[in-house]
Every structure is written in C-alpha cells, then in structure tokens.
Write a new protein. Structure first.
Length: 113
C-alpha cells in the first residue's frame, strides 16, 4: 500500500516487499532527506524509494554497490549530484531482488555482514 503523498507504482511495491520485515520488527518506518524510508530496528538507514523514479535505494557495502552498477542492475545514487558510495538505486522492480537487497542492506547496516 502506498503511503500518504506518494505515487502508487513502485512505491506501493516497496512497501509490499518491506511488509514481512516490518511485521517481524526487523525494520521500522522513518524519514531520510524528507523521504519516507526504512530503518533497522537499531536505527540505521536501510532503504527508501525515490519519489520521481520509483527506484529502490538501498545501503550496501561499496563493493556490492559497484557490482550492481557494473552488472547494469543498479545506478549510482546521487541526490543533488553528490554520489553516495554505499547507496545504490535499483530502477527495475523485481520482488525477489528487492526483498534480497533489503535483507542484504539490513544485514550490512546491523554490522552482521
């Protein structure tokens, strides 16, 4: 389900993919740079969805970000032109991939990976 004030395409898919993580208490809703986002229960930023493009934006180790960009599955996340090295935008929706990336991000943010 799309959150208030957001488009319903990839935004709705983002929240649908996040629902099991939210239900288990692993992730909580928060805000980041004025966007609704997901944080780990411990407080670290995990993911958001870009308002304009609907791309999944996740925090991952730099090497994983580079691999996703190199494979064509991801794009650099560069709000206002500043590249965030540990963040990648994944524009194509694939429920399995997005769920896997949320799990990878949660593991990374929690220092378990």
């Amino acid at each position: 389900m799309a959150r208030k004030g957001e488009r319903s395409d990839h935004h709705e898919a983002f929240w649908d993919v996040a629902e099991p993580f939210l239900g288990r208490g692993e992730l909580v809703e928060g805000t980041m740079m004025g966007h609704q986002c997901l944080r780990s229960a411990a407080g670290g930023f995990v993911a958001t969805v870009e308002r304009e493009s609907g791309a999944l934006v996740v925090k991952l180790p730099t090497q994983r970000v580079d691999a996703l960009i190199e494979s064509g599955d991801g794009q650099p996340f560069a709000p206002a032109g500043k590249v965030f090295r540990e963040w990648v935008a994944v524009p194509s929706f694939d429920e399995g991939q997005w769920s896997k990336l949320l799990h990878e991000s949660l593991t990374f943010v929690n220092g378990e990976g």
